[in-house]
Every structure is written in C-alpha cells, then in structure tokens.
Design a protein around this ligand. Structure first.
Ligand code: NAP
Length: 309
C-alpha cells in the first residue's frame, strides 16, 4: 500500500472508469477520503452499496468542496455542464482532471469555466472494456495501460508531476502530447475500429432477415470479435463521434480509400497484393504483443466461455 497522495479526491461520474479509479485508490491507499458524485440517485446508491467511497452526493458542486484532486469521468459531451457546476466551488490549488476519450473538445468545454486558482490537466487513460456503470469497474483496469496527458501551455509542472505519480500508482504508464495530436492518434487506434465494428454489426443485423439466426450461430468465425467493440456504451460513442469529428472524418476518408483499393485487388485477382497486405498486418499484431498490449493466446479473453463449455 502506497502513502496517501491526496487528502480528498472527488470523483464526478462513477461508471466503468470512475469506479475503477475509486477501487484503485482504495486498494493502493492513494487518498484519505473519497467523495463520489453522480447525477442519478440510482447510480449513487449502487456506488454506496459497493462501498466505492467515503461520502456520496448527487451534487457535483458539493462533492468538489475541499477536494485536492477532482476527476471528471462522464461522457465527453457532458464536460461543459460539469465544469459549470463545479467551477465556483473548487478549492484553490486543486488539480482538476478528466478521463475523456477526446481532448481538444473537452478542453474547449471546460477550460473557459474553470477558475485560474486551480490546475486543469486533461487526461485520458487508454483502458476500458465494453461494459459500463459502477459494477463494471475493477482496480487493475489501468495496470500496464497508457494514460495520456494533454497539459495546457501554462500547466504547473509540479501539479502535472503529482497527477502523473497518481496514475502511475494506479498502474498506468504515462505520456504527454498536444490535444490535437491525441485526437488524431485516438481516431485511428480507437475511434475508427469502433466505428467499423458498429458498422459491420449493423450491416449484419440488417441482413438478419436473409441469414436469420446464422449470423449468431456461426459468429465465432470472426463476427463476434467485432460485436465486443460494437457493444460499447452508445452515449459514450455518440459523444466521441460528435466531439472528434474532424480527425474521425479524416481517418474514415483514408480507410475508405484503402478499402476501395483492397476491393480492387479482390476483383482483379491480385493475390500478391492481398498476400503482401495480410503479411504486413500480421507483423503489426506481433508488435502489439511484444509491446505488452495484448497476450499471445488463441481466442484471448475467452477463458470463462471455455470453462462454461
Ligand atoms: P459509464 O460507465 O457509462 O459512466 C458514466 C458516468 O457519467 C456515470 O456516473 C453517469 O451518471 C455519468 N453521466 C452520464 N451522462 C451524464 C451527463 N449528461 N451529465 C453528467 N453525468 C453523466 O462511462 P465510462 O465508461 O466510465 O466513461 C466515462 C468517460 O471515460 C467518458 O468520457 C469516456 O469517453 C471515457 N473513457 C471511457 C473508456 C471506456 O472504455 N469505457 C476508456 C477510456 C476513457 P449516471 O449513471 O448517474 O447517469
């Protein structure tokens, strides 16, 4: 157990990410006091049942009073509303951060409202699952995963160092980049794969009338790997699409061009081209495993299913 890094942490939003932070903070002893706030009484009650914090309130303004660290974990489209609610109640010197999957938009929504006497340091842990809500979180979610910070030009280096130390104590590896660069990188590594998954599962669902239950029955041939991504939270992904529009549209344009070229190779029987592409992509998979971002076991992540069988 590490020593407490903060006296009081306020968690605004207690879904998958917020509750994973709460569990990690508790397990590692990173705060003396955890205050939890979420807009619905139902989620707040569940957080209390799960004993994720020490104090619970539906008022974000109330929650941030006296907090040294405030972590906003709500869908990115709700960032401005939360910033407006908490702004007047923040303790001078507090660190305010977020976990949103897009950064330029979150900064544009929050920065204008936050007082100059707090340190606003946007962040994004690249860790998640397709589940949501306070039951879905777990303390190890961030272990070995990257957390990217997009500090503003006037960010205090000491406050940034404290926040970096906090995420590293939760098990993350940390990095920093410009918000616009973050949004481009995430558009290709996260947003595009999810959009493709939503699209392919949607197409298969539209074809369901033709194939009836065969889509489900034979899904282990590849389809089910897309369904995991396409089961991600609709609110979160609607907001990501709306708030990283430019970078996503740029990546989708590239993707469509490459898909057209692949289509052409199939049409014209260009086996060498297909083989070259499929060999290159295999190497990418190897690099991901070598970088510790996945494990090299067949059908990874399906052990519980195997046990049931
Ligand atoms: P989640 O499990 O769905 O939880 C969302 C939380 O935000 C809940 O406490 C919910 O409150 C609250 N909320 C929802 N809409 C709100 C609104 N309009 N105003 C204020 N609060 C609202 O979501 P999550 O997966 O933890 O995601 C939270 C943030 O983390 C998002 O910005 C997402 O982009 C980012 N993120 C997610 C992942 C991932 O894989 N899931 C990974 C990295 C970053 P109630 O339940 O009380 O309504």
């Amino acid at each position: 157990m590490s020593a407490a890094q903060f006296d009081r942490i306020a968690l605004i939003g207690i879904g998958l990410i917020g509750s994973s932070i709460a569990r990690g903070v508790r397990e590692k002893g990173l705060a003396k006091d955890i205050v939890i706030s979420t807009r619905s009484l139902e989620t707040l009650k569940r957080a209390e049942e799960l004993q994720l914090g020490d104090h619970y309130t539906p008022s974000a303004a109330e929650a941030v009073k006296d907090a040294d660290l405030v972590i906003v974990s709500v869908p990115v489209g709700a960032s401005e509303s939360v910033a407006k609610q908490i702004a007047a109640h923040l303790k001078p010197g507090a660190i305010v951060t977020d976990v949103g999957s897009t950064k330029a938009s979150v900064i544009a929504q929050m920065a204008p409202h936050l007082p100059s006497h707090v340190h606003f340091i946007p962040g994004h842990p690249l860790a998640g699952t397709e589940k949501s809500g306070p039951d879905a979180g777990f303390a190890d979610l961030f272990k070995g995963r990257w957390c990217i910070f997009t500090p503003l030009p006037d960010t205090d280096p000491k406050a940034l160092a404290r926040l970096v130390a906090f995420w590293e104590a939760l098990g993350s590896k940390t990095d920093q980049m410009e918000p616009e660069h973050h949004d481009k990188v995430l558009a290709i590594v996260s947003h595009l794969p999810h959009i493709i998954a939503y699209n392919i599962v949607g197409t298969a669902d539209d074809l369901a009338a033709v194939t009836e239950s065969e889509v489900i029955k034979y899904s282990a041939s590849g389809f089910r790997d897309f369904t995991r991504l396409a089961a991600s939270d609709p609110t979160m992904w609607r907001d990501i699409c709306l708030h990283n529009k430019d970078a996503i549209l740029e990546m989708l344009a590239r993707f469509s061009e490459d898909l057209a070229s692949l289509q052409r190779s199939i049409r014209w029987g260009e086996g060498d081209k297909l083989f070259e592409l499929f060999s290159r992509t295999r190497t990418v998979r190897r690099s991901i495993i070598d970088a510790g971002q996945d494990v090299d076991v067949p059908d990874f992540g399906r052990h519980s299913l195997d046990k049931k069988a």
